[in-house]
Design a binder for this molecule. Structure first.
Ligand code: NAD
Length: 458
């Protein structure tokens, strides 16, 4: 979309320096984007077959542009290049998955002599507000189902990661009618304005719990539908029969992938007291061996933290844990180099009420806690306002599944964590979310039922 006026700086987290600028769009440009999304909706909603063709073409275009988008994403986000390519692959896969997931008409059968039919209808312009940890993957989790359902979409990325999303939007725009998908970038209050915009019929937001609350309040003015995917504090419970060496790599990366900046990362590990020191050692060994560096450097496994605010948060939680009596077994400090690098950190002997355990640190720090009984472990895992995911690790899969079944969260894994299928519902409970994304549930989250009753033919 055309841009007038101001720009804001975009930092490279691997250097801490500005490397580019993005448009700081204002209310008039936002109003224009929403107005044009509304106009474009009339045509987009009316031709489901054309939508399928366009979305499949968009998926091809995204893949073809991966080589341009991926380095830009790594530059502004910090993640290793291979992970940027993974975001692009996931975006294309999502466009294809939802393109082919058309809702059908459904008959209501209740014994009355009436032929009742549900015809699913789109809602109108959808606002998608996205954080900085998976800019493309999370944007596509919103726009792919919304577009497939026949809505138009205005996406607002985080001001920390606006550029790859802008480029993605330009690439997808080559395959879609004009104004069906628009990217707006800018600093606050742009997101607040979008969430409260009277022309928006569904606000789908991913981010922190406090901002999620503000978004829900903002959307209440227009009574738009609200979907919130919020923070997590996922626990991993290791069972007595776990093979520590066999699972240690997977468990470590479930906590540290994307530098721990994953809503569904393992953020607390509960290990049986008898295995505690083995688990701590195995994780510390991986933390010490992980290759930390700029995302564009080949061989990097762990990039920088995305931004200075987030780095300060990680340092704060670590310092507080040490003051509370925790012991650093690996890392424990930021790296002495430019940029926002923090050593992957394993904390042992952490008091269970230290904020690094009870809150979401969202960075490369992992507390490991011992437990004496399984009931105690399950209670500790569930004793939180968060409810995104959880996992259980052990050799006896039936026992592990029985424990997983007791976790209070949206998704539980056995011997894995945060592996999500495009076809599954994704829904945090408690303060981790409102509404559903993923699979057919994600599609219907962008549709409304319209029911037609007619008498049966005589
Ligand atoms: P954030 O809440 O600060 O920002 C998220 C988005 O909201 C950004 O685009 C931001 O610019 C925008 N925003 C800020 N203030 C706003 C307002 N008043 N109204 C509307 N929009 C506003 O979150 P963040 O720091 O970018 O991301 C980290 C958080 O996101 C973590 O808590 C993490 O757990 C969560 N997250 C959740 C999921 C999930 O699926 N549940 C996935 C990824 C990240």
């Amino acid at each position: 979309m055309p841009v007038s006026g101001e720009y804001f700086a975009v930092l490279d987290p691997a250097t801490g320096e500005t490397f580019a600028e993005a448009p700081d769009q204002q209310n008039d440009e936002l109003d224009s984007a929403v107005g044009r999304a509304h106009d474009a909706w009339r045509c987009w909603r009316s031709d489901p077959e054309a939508r399928v063709t366009a979305l499949l073409a968009a998926a091809d275009a995204v893949e073809a542009a991966g080589v341009e988008i991926a380095p830009l994403l790594t530059r502004e986000q910090g993640k290793p290049l291979s992970e940027s390519y993974a975001e692009i692959a996931r975006t294309a896969a999502r466009l294809r998955y939802f393109a082919e997931l058309a809702p059908g008409a459904e008959r209501i059968v209740d014994g009355r002599p009436v032929r009742s039919e549900i015809r699913w209808r789109p809602l109108g312009p959808v606002a998608a507000i996205v954080p900085w940890n998976f800019p493309l993957q999370l944007a596509s989790a919103k726009f792919a189902p919304a577009l497939a359902a026949g809505n138009t979409v205005v996406v607002k990325p985080s001001p920390f990661t606006p550029l790859a999303t802008r480029l993605l939007g330009a690439v997808i725009a080559t395959a879609l009618p004009e104004d069906v998908l628009t990217i707006v970038t800018g600093r606050e209050p742009l997101g607040a304005r979008l969430a409260s915009h009277p022309g928006i019929r569904h606000v789908t937001f991913t981010g922190s719990i406090p901002t999620g609350r503000a978004v829900a309040e903002a959307a209440a003015g227009s009574l738009a539908r609200v979907t919130l995917e919020l923070g997590g504090n996922d626990a991993a419970i290791l069972l007595d029969d776990v093979d520590v060496e066999q699972i240690a790599d997977r468990l470590f990366w479930a906590a540290f992938r994307n530098c721990g900046q994953v809503c569904m990362a393992v953020k607390r590990v509960y290990a049986p007291a008898g295995l505690y020191s083995d688990v701590v050692e195995a994780l510390a060994e991986r933390a010490k061996g992980a290759v930390v560096g700029a995302g564009l450097d080949p061989g990097t496994q762990l990039g920088p933290v995305n931004n200075p605010r987030q780095l300060a948060r990680v340092e704060h939680y670590t310092a507080r844990a040490l003051a509370d009596g925790a012991r650093v077994v690996a890392g424990g400090h930021r790296l002495d180099r430019p940029g926002y690098f923090h050593a992957p950190t394993i904390l042992a002997d952490v008091p269970p009420d230290s904020p690094v355990v009870t809150e979401e640190q969202f960075g490369p720090v992992l507390p490991v806690l011992p437990y004496r009984s399984l009931d105690e472990a399950v209670e500790s895992a569930n004793d939180t306002g968060f409810g995104l995911g959880g996992s259980v690790w052990g050799t006896d899969l039936d026992q592990a599944e029985a424990v997983a079944d007791r976790l209070e969260c949206g998704t539980a894994w056995i011997n894995h964590h945060a592996e999500l299928s495009l076809a599954q519902p994704f829904a945090g409970i408690k303060e981790s979310g409102v509404g559903f994304a993923g699979g057919p549930w994600g599609l219907y989250g962008n549709l409304r039922p319209f029911v037609v009753h007619r008498p049966e033919e005589a």
